[in-house]
Design a protein around this ligand. Structure first.
Ligand code: ADP
Length: 425
């Protein structure tokens, strides 16, 4: 499912960013090309204006002057003196001659020709036209008509737009290349970016699935016992029925505890967990826990001891009920994972800034590679070692409570063997 969402999200993200980039590039290209075209035409007009003022000063039009004006083939020139083509025109190739015919035709068909020019008047017109025939090329053209004492003198000057069009084409190709690079980068970035966004969701989904699977697994065992006890009690004698009912009750209580634990964790996940902070004395909380577990420790032949600071302990702002719950989890675990004859020590240390509560045992200990995992939901270091009432949720609940208090819960090895859990508030 996440794979599909990832592909869709990445495509959407890449599609939108690529579309925006494409619109921006096209807009920029359009403006830039318009600028190039108009500046190129303005430059042609300026050249023509210089040429006309030069022409007006010439009394005789020489071949040298015309060759100079051609500017190494940049311009093509056709001169007509009193309706007679100049000999200079013979230098033009047949294609060029045809080109002049098209330019002239275009000029005559498009513009209204001034027929009443007075002597020494010069009239000119710059325009754009396309050649016909095999290779269609665009040209700037300028027709200059000058009235002289000896008649009408006309010059047609053509300038190919090829350099400009090549420049435009190069610019387009450059943009295309850059855009393709940017599109690839955007697509890769979108893929990576959406992956990063989805990763926590995916992890969350995975954890939820695991949570449901583990919860179902844990509930199935007591439920199976309840069902088999119920069917056995139907056939059993009155005395045996009492035994089966006791089993049903104890398994029911186990299920209820497990459901309570799961609800607690679900509330923590949804941030619906209320911590009711008040000023509390941690030494009193530790002492209460010690007293509550003393009989159980004695029953298991484990020495339970407590170590409190000699000086008065400053009160701490916390939820005393939740901290009591954490201490119960830690002490219950310590007693469960410490063999007969072992010892469990509860202690409280105040170092001015922090208050540390610790539960140290000399039991079976926790291997280093397990130390992080034991805070995961339903994690039990050794499944076969687990006894009834241990669902692998205790440390997870303890960690949630301590995090809600902005504290830390740490696990380390007890010198000489066993584990030490420390809560820093
Ligand atoms: P459980 O209810 O199974 O004890 P916890 O979340 O409290 O679940 O603990 C997770 C696992 O961490 C336990 O199954 C056990 O393997 C390990 N563990 C917890 N406390 C101790 C301890 N004091 N000594 C050794 N192992 C422990």
């Amino acid at each position: 499912m996440f794979q599909k969402v990832h592909i869709r999200l990445a495509s959407l993200c890449a599609g939108i960013t690529i579309f925006i980039l494409l619109v921006m590039s096209c807009g920029y290209l359009y403006i830039s090309e318009r600028g190039l075209r108009s500046s190129s035409f303005v430059s042609f007009q300026n050249d023509m204006n210089t040429l006309i003022s030069n022409l007006e000063q010439q009394t005789i039009i020489t071949h040298e002057w015309l060759t100079r004006i051609e500017d190494n083939g940049k311009y093509l020139i056709n001169v007509i003196d009193n309706g007679v083509p100049f000999l200079y025109n013979e230098r033009n190739t047949p294609e060029q001659k045809q080109l002049f015919e098209v330019a002239w035709e275009f000029y005559e068909n498009t513009f209204e020709i001034q027929s009443t020019l007075s002597a020494f008047d010069t009239w000119h017109m710059e325009y754009l036209f396309s050649s016909t025939g095999g290779h269609r090329n665009d040209y700037y053209a300028c027709v200059i008509t000058s009235e002289r004492s000896n008649g009408t003198f006309q010059v047609i000057i053509l300038c190919s737009m090829k350099p400009l069009l090549t420049q435009i084409r190069t610019q387009r190709l450059l943009f295309l290349g850059l855009d393709l690079l940017a599109f690839t980068a955007l697509a890769l970035f979108s893929w990576y970016f959406t992956r990063q966004i989805l990763r926590p969701l995916e992890e969350n989904q995975r954890q939820q699935n695991q949570f449901i699977a583990s919860a179902s697994h844990e509930l199935r065992t007591p439920l199976a016992v309840i069902l088999s006890c119920a069917s056995a009690s139907m056939r059993a004698s009155k005395e045996d029925q009492v035994h089966f009912l006791e089993s049903i009750k104890s398994e029911g209580l186990r299920m209820s505890r497990l459901i309570d634990d799961m609800l607690l964790l679900t509330k923590a996940d949804n941030y619906r967990w209320m911590i009711r902070k008040e000023s509390a004395e941690l030494d009193t909380l530790l002492l209460d826990t010690f007293e509550a577990f003393e009989p159980i420790a004695a029953e298991r032949s484990i020495r339970l001891s407590i170590e409190l600071p000699e000086d008065a302990v400053p009160s701490v702002s916390c939820d005393p009920e939740r901290i009591r719950q954490v201490l119960s989890i830690l002490v219950h675990n310590a007693l469960s994972y410490t063999p007969e004859g072992g010892c469990v020590r509860l202690s409280l240390i105040c170092d001015g800034k922090n208050t540390k509560l610790s539960v140290a045992d000399n039991g079976i200990g926790i291997p280093d590679e397990e130390k992080k995992k034991i805070f995961e939901r339903f994690y039990r270091a050794d499944q076969s070692r687990s006894e009834k009432g241990h669902f692998g949720l205790g440390l997870c609940i303890a960690a949630e409570i301590i995090h809600a208090h902005h504290g830390r819960i740490l696990v380390s090895d007890t010198p000489g063997g066993g584990s030490t859990f420390t809560v820093v508030l």
